[in-house]
Design a protein around this ligand. Structure first.
Ligand code: GDD
Length: 362
């Protein structure tokens, strides 16, 4: 039986990956951070499984990482833990650097200190944000990086330190350069989930309007559940290499919005430009979507489009397993069901998430 250690197991990707590896017969260990707020919602259904184990550790604390690696002695480590919100990284750049950059080094060093360099393979969750102010469209493994946020700069260090340890110590460590990947488990302040939740709440009369930032931003959005399979395939490969993981298809935030509202039975027409652009309900004439500069970023990445040819060719991975339309539909369906049973307290929590993102509540 293989043993895997997942940092960030409570997140969207961590929870899907844990399910995937348990099904493959792995002994799955995950790291969680101490918190007075329960954030284990996504893995609650796995707790109690005989091959599922949780340990307290924090990427900002090298001793805790060393201890857990020493105890678990994993065959595979998936480093998915991060401060993953790009906009938040402008407010907390130092914390982001500590976790997303130095945190990667702490994992690599723990593996070395425990003499596991020959037996432990490491997957690093890298990101299309490395391309940032893009120098080429679409982006592949050869495209030059141009990070454009404190988050991306920190992740760039993670990418290079993985490459360095691979070459210096012959470690089997790889980066998956993942383009945006979403699901019904996506955090509520990322744009896709914010839209599907709002569409569901507006359709059910529980919200009046949705405020967004840059509607013209372009992304290559895939389904997170499909992407965790690729993380695993990267570590099963004969040689340690980095891969772009994307669908090869690009859409704007505006298009995502229109499709999500369409699935709840509302046709949106967009009018105006920049801050004055509005999404109007074609049937009633009501303004349902407005632009708020609160959601603009000091520097925004606006043209991400991945070329997954290498992963397709060398790993046999199917980038179009779930289409864009299916992704939006499954997220909307899940939020329609969630909102239907939503209680007042939950609404307060969701509003709080939005206030946090806007910086109204710190
Ligand atoms: N969050 C958010 N909220 N984004 C908005 C909004 C809004 O109200 N309105 C427009 N956007 C735009 C952002 O400016 C950005 O250009 C785009 O929507 C996507 O934003 P996010 O969903 O927050 O994701 P991201 O692309 O910044 O980062 C995600 O994907 C990366 C992979 O490319 C995160 O998951 C990162 O951790 C990940 O590395």
């Amino acid at each position: 039986m293989k043993t895997a250690l997942i940092t960030g197991i409570t997140g969207q990707d961590g929870s899907f990956l844990a399910e995937f590896l348990l099904e493959k017969g792995y002994d799955v260990h995950g790291t969680i951070r101490r918190s007075s707020v329960d954030y284990r919602e996504r893995i609650a259904h796995l707790e109690g499984h005989s091959n599922f184990h949780l340990h307290y550790a924090d990427l900002a604390d090298s001793m805790s990482i060393l201890q857990v690696v020493k105890k678990v002695r994993p065959n595979e480590i998936y480093n998915l833990a991060a401060q993953s919100h790009v906009q938040v990284s402008f407010d907390s750049p130092e914390f982001t650097a500590d976790v997303d950059a130095t945190g990667v080094l702490r994992i690599l060093e723990a593996v070395r200190q425990c003499d596991l360099t020959d037996t432990c393979r490491i997957y690093q969750a890298s990101t299309s944000e490395l391309y940032g102010k893009v120098e080429e469209v679409p982006q592949n493994e050869q495209t030059p990086f141009h990070p454009y946020s404190p988050y991306a700069v920190a992740k760039l260090y993670g990418y290079w330190i993985v490459k360095e340890y691979r070459e210096a110590y012959r470690m089997f460590c790889c980066s998956g350069i993942l383009f945006n990947h979403e699901s019904e488990r996506r955090g509520e302040t990322f744009v896709t989930r914010k839209i599907t939740l709002a569409a569901a709440r507006i359709a059910q009369g529980k919200q009046d309007k949705l405020y967004l930032g840059n509607l013209s931003s372009l992304r290559d959005w895939g389904y997170a559940k499909d992407y965790v399979e690729c993380m695993w395939l990267i570590l099963q490969n004969d040689k340690p290499e980095d891969f772009v993981i994307a669908t090869g298809e690009q859409h704007s935030v505006r298009e995502f919005c229109q499709l999500a509202f369409h699935h709840v039975g509302i046709e949106l027409r967009f009018e105006g430009e920049g801050e004055n652009e509005k999404g109007i309900d074609v049937k009633t004439g009501n303004v349902l979507v407005e632009v708020s500069p609160d959601f603009y970023r000091p520097t925004d990445v606006v043209n991400l489009w991945g070329d997954p040819s290498k992963a397709k060719r060398e790993l046999g991975w199917n980038p179009q397993k779930t289409t864009f339309e299916q992704l939006v539909q499954l997220m909307v369906d899940a939020d329609m069901a969630k909102v239907a049973v939503e209680r007042a307290g939950e609404r307060v929590r969701m509003n709080l998430a939005e206030y946090l993102e806007k910086g109204i509540v710190k």
